[in-house]
Ligand binder design. Structure first.
Ligand SMILES: *[C@@H]1O[C@H](CO)[C@@H](O)[C@H](O)[C@H]1NC(C)=O
Ligand SMILES: *[C@@H]1O[C@H](CO)[C@@H](O)[C@H](O)[C@H]1NC(C)=O
Ligand SMILES: *[C@@H]1O[C@H](CO)[C@@H](O)[C@H](O)[C@H]1NC(C)=O
Length: 343
């Protein structure tokens, strides 16, 4: 007999199917839009766009506009990181922030399936390959029994000049945590990390709790209310074509919202995102777009629209690691929740 959880599952599948018809295709992407995982996008003060992503010791590409044409420029850290956590380690999931033309790129050092990762930072005045200085680990506390997390998927957040620099991070193993950095943005600020988003659900056929990762914090004023939006990726990021996750369990972009940066984060139904598995779907698979995630949000100063960018698979092209594409859509926050809209 179908239990309540199967029933709830069916309802959420129906909800996903209904939204999928409303999601527009990604906006056009010109030039090199492929081999993209976990992109981070910034625009330099001269108007040049930078797209920095996982692969080859952090790939740097530039473009005159968000739609491209994107041109690959080279690796951020061609000789790897100062951090030495394990053999065959890789650099992943950069998150770039800039202030007064100093760029700060937080990156993860890890390997598939490892919980013994670390987060480092590199800086540059220019953002082009060859100009980056690696500062190594930012010194977030190592995991222990109480803070049993994984130090990957850094997300730097600073709301105003004198506001505290915030660091969100974590993936799988208890999901998303938040702490602070020192004022130079290069090392941990000493606040005990706090868990902010957690999904305790075991997805179909899995022996571990569902994965939540790639947090990205963004604030926006809706009317006279200021909200903090914690975007994150949920589910299986990178299935091969012959081993796809159950429908709805593949990567997708979710959001939770709070009136203060430290939380409590809730979803659009009021469900707590730490204690009640809350999270509102922003963008999932639709048409030949599969498993969008690894997202970030940026206001495009060329048109003042809010862009949600991500990586995704085009099912017609393929599911291989190198086939992952860069995509973005604009979002509308006027309802208080992000809605993906056609440009
Ligand atoms: C396209 O960009 C990706 C990542 O930015 C890079 O790894 C790849 O080498 C580039 N391809 C070409 C032909 O430049
Ligand atoms: C929590 O995990 C379940 C099982 O994988 C998944 O179906 C659901 O979408 C996840 N919820 C959120 C908010 O990510
Ligand atoms: C996916 O790729 C196919 C083949 O290149 C193309 O015709 C289609 O427009 C692409 N879909 C999207 C959403 O870009």
């Amino acid at each position: 007999m179908p239990g309540p959880s199967l029933f709830a599952g069916l309802i959420s599948l129906v909800a996903i199917a209904r939204r999928a018809e409303l999601w527009p295709n990604p906006e056009p992407c010109l030039g090199n839009c492929t081999f993209i995982h976990d992109p981070s996008v910034v625009r330099r003060s001269d108007g040049t766009w930078f797209r920095i992503s996982t692969n080859g010791n952090i790939a740097i590409a530039t473009a005159p506009e968000l739609i491209g044409p994107w041109e690959y420029q080279g690796a951020m850290l061609p000789d790897g990181s100062k951090i030495d956590v394990m053999e065959n380690q890789e650099l992943w999931a950069p998150d770039v922030f800039h202030e007064k033309d100093e760029f700060y790129a937080y990156y993860s050092v890890s390997r598939m399936g490892s919980q013994d990762s670390d987060i480092g930072v590199a800086t540059s005045k220019d953002a082009m390959p060859g100009t980056w200085t690696d500062h190594g680990s930012i010194g977030l506390p190592k995991r222990d029994e109480t803070l049993n997390y994984n130090r990957i998927d850094a997300n730097f957040f600073k709301e105003c000049k004198d506001c505290e620099p915030i660091m969100n991070y974590g993936s799988a193993w208890n999901d998303v945590y938040q702490t602070n950095l020192k004022k130079d943005y290069l090392s941990w600020g000493g606040t005990t990390p706090q868990q902010k988003v957690y999904n305790s659900t075991f997805s179909v056929g899995q022996t571990f709790a569902s994965i939540t990762e790639g947090a990205f914090l963004f604030w926006w004023k809706v009317g006279d209310k200021k909200y903090y939006y914690m975007f994150f990726s949920s589910g299986a990021c990178c299935n091969s074509a012959d081993q796809l996750a159950a429908p709805g369990e593949e990567y997708k972009i979710m959001v939770c919202r709070s009136e203060t940066v430290n939380g409590r984060y809730v979803d659009a139904d009021g469900k707590d995102c730490l204690t009640e598995n809350g999270g509102t779907l922003v963008l999932g698979s639709h048409g030949d777009v599969y498993a969008p995630g690894g997202q970030g949000v940026i206001v495009n100063p060329d048109n003042n629209k809010i862009a949600l960018y991500y990586h995704y698979v085009n099912t017609t092209i393929g599911y291989n690691y190198e086939d992952f594409l860069f995509g973005f859509n604009y979002i509308d926050l006027s309802s208080g929740w992000p809605v993906v809209t056609a440009a």
